[in-house]
Design a protein around this ligand. Structure first.
Ligand code: HEM
Length: 248
């Protein structure tokens, strides 16, 4: 990153070594402070994402119980309440019959933004020289980034990677997924601590939405070769996702 040597990992086994087996050598995030970038505020160093070494370990272990099943259960009514505001907006849109960009709605915008900000934030710093094989060594201090987009789209790991096939993740077929090739929330001890919370929000909100409304892809939505735009960490649809909504 910048002038710093960066290794891009596009192999699920190597990613596993870095994120899990040899985690002790890749515990800290790589420096994300690109010149002129958004992370140059001094307080940024004190955020969970950036904390290093023992300080990170302490905060991680104190924070982990926040996302236990029982704590998530107590959060459910609050999530549900917040989502009702979103449903009110959807309801008004359904009455107009006009198609709209889902990214324009603040609630969803925030969720997607959260996703967008962090999706590829898995950059790690190599603590000591790391031998990949007899000839290649990742030098101490380098950044190591797992190329999640590549792993998720690689024909090495997925049959027909560009086909939308949610059944790949069904109980019957889950075992076909190559270990560590699917990691939207990262992997290993420094994975996303909010994963269960994020999934709960998505599941609750989608259930409520789909039980009450029919979503129809709008004419302006690109259905093939969706063009993407890249932020510092990740990608999102360049031209929005347009929908029409009708009440069931
Ligand atoms: C769909 C939503 C989300 C996605 C896709 C996502 C993804 C990620 C990814 C890829 C990482 C880096 C993991 C790694 O280095 O292996 C991460 C870290 C993190 N995420 Fe999330 N995240 C989401 C939602 C959330 C939410 C809702 C919270 C908090 C409530 C959260 C809190 C964090 C924190 C604190 C870290 C840093 C953890 C650490 O360094 O120990 N995330 N997330």
């Amino acid at each position: 990153m910048g002038a710093k040597p960066t290794v891009l990992v596009a192999d699920a086994d190597l990613a596993k070594d870095i994120q899990i087996k040899d985690f002790h050598n890749f515990t800290d995030r790589a420096n994300l402070k690109l010149k002129g970038g958004p992370f140059t505020e001094p307080l940024f160093d004190q955020t969970f994402l950036i904390l290093r070494g023992k300080q990170w370990k302490k905060v991680r272990s104190v924070s982990t119980p926040t996302f236990s099943a029982s704590k998530l259960k107590t959060m459910t009514p609050i999530i549900d309440d917040a989502f009702n505001n979103f449903i009110d907006i959807i309801d008004n849109r359904s009455k107009t019959g006009v198609e709209f960009d889902i990214y324009d709605i603040r609630f969803y915008g925030l969720c997607f933004e959260r996703n967008a900000q962090i999706l590829s934030a898995n950059a790690r710093e190599c603590r000591e020289d790391y031998k990949l094989n007899d000839t290649i060594v990742i030098p101490k201090g380098s950044s190591v980034v797992v190329d999640v987009h590549y792993l998720h789209h690689s024909p090495d790991y997925w049959s027909e990677p560009e086909v939308f096939d949610p059944m790949r993740f069904s109980a019957d077929r889950k075992h076909e997924i190559y270990p560590n090739s699917w990691q939207p929330f990262g992997s290993g001890p420094r994975n996303c601590i909010g994963m269960r919370f994020a999934l709960l929000v998505v599941k609750l909100s989608l259930a409520k939405l789909l039980l009450n409304y029919r979503l129809i892809s709008g004419a302006k939505t690109e259905t093939a070769n969706l063009s993407l735009t890249t932020t510092i960490f990740t990608q999102s649809p360049r031209n929005g996702i347009f929908l029409k909504v009708t009440k069931l």
